[in-house]
Design a binder for this molecule. Structure first.
Ligand code: ATP
Length: 313
């Protein structure tokens, strides 16, 4: 799979200070990045601007400001570039009565391929749907439907494949199989961009991750770099103790403590090091004659991680 003749060395996709607003809503602000072959994950909570970014890359919306380049050329002024893109959109608006084969063939015909039948068979085999090619879409599992959508998107062998939250609603088995398929497509030299709001999903899928928060790029790099950023994140530990006020004074004096809040007979401490906190806590309690009743870290939701990444920009 290869792209159209392009400026030598131009990245497959380049966003230059891309911004998009809808009326007063700023969906994406000043976003710059480059994509090259392989799988990149676009990670962000709901409303972060992922779909807006993907649509701009596919030429489906005009930037309010900035540029979106494919192979060094502005997508908006060059409809031929659309042939280099395959899209798996969000949602499930498939024709339920079509079979897998007729659905993929329809995509091949819409792309104007000379041998639509052969192209469809190749794409169906690539996503491992050949045994189910005569099944109707309405009877397929979520994982099978998504693999069929991928077959439709790659039937014309695009250089760029864009997938918007493709694994939503899949069970773990379907997800693992889908991840394997996307990695295979990426390792064949296709530039793949996949959005998701689930860190674990993206981590297994993509060699590069872009983290989008409130329309801005909060972090980028391989998943080790993102993980390292997250490892620095202060964690919240909830402690129930018989004399919370006295223990709070001791905890605030620890170098790794960021803050301590009292909440009735409990206290909530934010620490940069859960390990040193866990070592110091029993010693402090013993020194003060306090009895610990419960100690636990509160859930580190992805939203917290995103807020942290935004806060440190
Ligand atoms: P989700 O995961 O929920 O789909 P997302 O990261 O894909 O979110 P976008 O759909 O790109 O985010 O939306 C970014 C922001 O722009 C949101 O605040 C959204 O409400 C707003 N937005 C998107 N499309 C429009 C539109 N057509 N008109 C007005 N506001 C819009």
């Amino acid at each position: 799979m290869s792209g159209p003749a392009a400026a030598a060395e131009a990245p497959v996709v380049e966003l230059r200070r891309f911004s998009k607003w809808y009326g007063d809503v700023v969906a994406v602000a000043d976003l710059s990045f480059e994509l090259r072959p392989g799988v990149t994950g676009l990670l962000g909570p709901n409303g972060a601007g992922k779909t807006t970014t993907l649509k701009a890359i596919c030429g489906l919306l005009h930037p309010s400001q900035g540029e979106v380049l494919l192979f060094g050329r502005p997508i908006q002024r060059d409809p031929m570039l659309y042939r280099a893109i395959g899209v798996v959109p969000d949602g499930d608006r498939l024709y339920p009565r079509l079979t897998v084969r007729s659905y993929v063939r329809l995509h091949a015909e819409l792309q104007g391929l000379a041998d639509a039948g052969a192209a469809a068979e190749r794409a169906i085999a690539e996503v491992d749907m050949a045994p189910l090619a005569e099944r109707r879409l309405k009877g397929l599992s979520k994982g099978e439907r998504q693999r069929t959508k991928v077959a439709g998107a790659i039937v014309h062998q695009p250089a760029l494949l864009v997938l918007d939250e493709p694994m939503t609603g899949m069970d773990p088995g379907q997800r693992a199989r889908f991840i394997e398929l996307i990695r295979l497509i990426g390792s064949a030299g296709v530039t793949v961009l996949v959005s998701s709001h689930i860190l674990g999903e993206v981590e297994r899928l993509a060699s590069q991750i872009l983290v989008l928060v409130s329309g801005r790029l909060a972090a980028s790099g391989d998943y080790h770099a993102i993980r390292d950023l997250m490892a620095d994140q202060p964690r919240t530990v909830m402690v129930k103790v018989d004399d919370a006020r006295r223990l709070a004074a001791g905890l605030i004096a620890l170098p790794s403590t960021v803050s301590v809040e009292l909440d009735g007979d409990a206290l909530r401490a934010r620490t940069r090091s859960v390990d040193s906190f866990a070592t110091a806590l029993p010693r402090l309690a013993r020194d003060q004659g306090a009895t610990l009743r419960e100690v636990r870290t509160t859930d580190e939701s992805l939203e917290q991680v995103f807020r942290y990444l935004v806060g440190r920009r």
